[in-house]
Ligand binder design. Sequence first.
Ligand SMILES: Nc1ncnc2c1ncn2[C@@H]1O[C@H](COP(=O)(O)OP(=O)(O)OP(=O)(O)O)[C@@H](O)[C@H]1O
Ligand SMILES: O=C(O)c1ccc[n+]([C@@H]2O[C@H](COP(=O)([O-])O)[C@@H](O)[C@H]2O)c1
Length: 212
Amino acid sequence: MRKSGRGEMLYRLPHIRPGQVVGLLGGSFDPPHAGHAHISREALRRFDLDQVWWVVSPGNPLKSRGPAPMAQRIAACEALIGHPRIHVTDFEAQAGTRYTAETLATLQSACPAVRFVWLMGADNLAQLDQWQDWHDIVARVPLGVLARPGQRISARMSKAARIYRGQRIPGRQSRALAFSDAPAWCFVNVPMADISSTEIRARGDWRGLSKS
Ligand SMILES: Nc1ncnc2c1ncn2[C@@H]1O[C@H](COP(=O)(O)OP(=O)(O)OP(=O)(O)O)[C@@H](O)[C@H]1O
Ligand SMILES: O=C(O)c1ccc[n+]([C@@H]2O[C@H](COP(=O)([O-])O)[C@@H](O)[C@H]2O)c1
């Protein structure tokens, strides 16, 4: 990250044109897996996005276990993706943000002409009310929620889903989400990929250098 002549922060970000729509998939990616790639491809199509950015988190504020080093996770994401409209960013490390509300505020001021949608699996919607300033997140960007095995009911019954039930866009209108004013959210019933980073770590297939 550098400063421009006028003192603005200049971040290294994937190339994007004014007016385009970016879906942000925040995650630990410890490690990245086919489920991340699958929901990103589905999100591009179902929410009519121009790009998806994988926002690799320096560390989820709700997880006590530290992830593998950032450089290792970024390299694994880049090796896995192989899609021209899905990109990886270490934006949170550059900006020094950890909480999503802060990340979104910083990103929106860095890219005022870009439309952002926050993407998440259904498990994250179920926990959203525990995130810092979560009402601010919902007020800032539309939320695109993708089905995840075993999480459909908990997501639908979640506090966030109940409080914002009037702002839900039906799945059949998912292509309207990005151009809807926040608060707006949409749950899409995509084919599900039964895979998680936890399972891969448990199998010992990821030589993360993380501390437990
Ligand atoms: N198989 C999947 N189906 C749907 N959503 C998923 C899937 N895997 C990950 N996601 C979503 O991707 C985002 C980033 O997930 P994350 O990097 O934490 O992977 P994870 O597999 O959930 O990891 P862990 O098992 O360590 O919690 C989250 O919004 C999560 O809900
Ligand atoms: O802002 C918060 O309080 C917050 C709490 C939990 C998770 N998040 C974000 O949610 C995304 C998914 O996290 P994870 O670890 O489940 O992959 C990632 O971008 C985290 O930074 C954010």
